[in-house]
Design a binder for this molecule. Structure first.
Ligand code: KG4
Ligand code: ZN
Length: 336
């Protein structure tokens, strides 16, 4: 079976092809021009998706040495994400499915991330604990099978990636902030400043907005003119990153202790972070759990995870019609 996947939820257009469990192509085109605006501009994002999607599909087919008539299943991200951006990939996928007379599967972007560990050689084993850390979401989930996902907790305010991006902005590092904070942190001392880790009533929920404010207060107090020398900047980045690691470890540890899981999988854009990868891996190993963290290509937004997730839904008997509408956000009670 040849599965074509399309991802266009934010600032990456991606097209992938999976042929009989083998990933034949995973092309990702990143919209770097948003950098100069300090964040993603939705309208520009939709237009850029529209320009690149047709050539990207052609290139993916070429890479996989297939043509359109060989495609048996079309999958595209339906949400959550920017509505205009989603519409481009989703509508393109529906059109393709209609003209090829092949089934169409709308895919939840978060579920793409959740199962992205299956793109690796060593795959998660059910039941597994999924730690989803992306630009828009921070979730702790108990995944029992491809169709049973239970939410243990989520962020009550900012997502982890959002906190990285906002702190990077405060430090004048630009967008996206995650990789920039990481490289500044590598040169800094994480013990220099004690930033707080939220203590919430629900042990599986996260909060990063207090941490973000406390970084701001630190800057206002110690660098009122906003001129931060490189050394201080590195220390702030390292201390902030350490607080995020602590928050993720605290909740993940509780969940490992309280639920009988076989594996732990860390996924999403923020899972590219070296410190976070190392700390979660160490925690899982300490508890004798298999750890699966996708390689960088599958951490950020990509269509390989969308094709894979769509394929599992199709194989479990799910069918959808072409009226399926895009959705900008997860519903509050999703997975509860
Ligand atoms: O999953 P993703 O590509 O998009 C969403 O679905 O949101 O995640 C993007 C997020 C951004 O906030 C970005 O700053 C963050 O992932 N990120 C990182 C790193 N690389 C990307 N955060 C921390 N460290 C990194 N190395
Ligand atoms: Zn994502």
């Amino acid at each position: 079976m040849n599965v074509l996947g399309i991802e266009s939820s934010c600032d990456e257009t991606s097209v992938a092809i999976i042929s009989d469990d083998i990933l034949k192509a995973n092309l990702i085109s990143s919209q770097d021009f948003h950098k100069k605006y300090g964040g993603v501009v939705p309208e520009l994002s939709s237009r850029a998706h529209l320009q690149i999607i047709t050539p990207l599909v052609k290139d993916a087919l070429k890479k996989a040495e297939l043509n359109l008539n060989n495609i048996d299943l079309v999958c595209a991200t339906a949400g959550p994400g920017l509505i205009g951006a989603l519409l481009v990939g989703l509508t393109f996928g529906k059109g393709l499915s209609y003209s090829l007379e092949k089934p169409f599967i709308p895919v939840n972007h978060i579920e793409g991330h959740i199962f992205s560990g299956f793109l690796m050689e060593e795959k998660p084993e059910f039941p597994f604990l999924s730690v989803v850390v992306s630009g828009g979401h921070t979730l702790l989930l108990l995944v029992k099978s491809f169709t049973e996902i239970k939410k243990l907790g989520s962020t009550v305010d900012d997502a982890a990636g959002e906190a990285f991006d906002k702190v990077a902005k405060m430090l004048g590092l630009g967008y996206p902030g995650g990789p920039k904070i990481q490289s500044a942190a590598e040169k800094g001392d994480s013990e220099k400043i004690k930033f707080p880790v939220a203590d919430l009533k629900d042990p599986y929920n996260f909060s990063f907005s207090g941490l973000k404010t406390s970084v701001l207060r630190h800057i206002q107090k110690n660098h009122p003119d906003r001129k931060i020398n490189q050394n201080d900047l590195n220390n702030i980045a390292a201390s902030f990153q350490k607080a995020v690691v602590k928050a993720l470890i605290k909740n993940t540890k509780k969940a490992i202790e309280n639920f009988d899981v076989k594996s732990v999988s860390l996924v999403g854009g923020v899972a590219a972070n070296k410190e976070i990868r190392n700390s979660i891996a160490e925690l899982a190993q300490k508890h004798n759990k298999k750890i699966v963290i996708p390689r960088l290509e599958f951490c950020g937004d990509n269509a390989a995870m969308i094709a894979f997730r769509g394929k599992t839904l199709f194989e479990s008997g799910k069918r959808y019609d072409l009226n399926y509408a895009p959705f900008p956000a997860l519903s509050e009670n999703q997975y509860s």
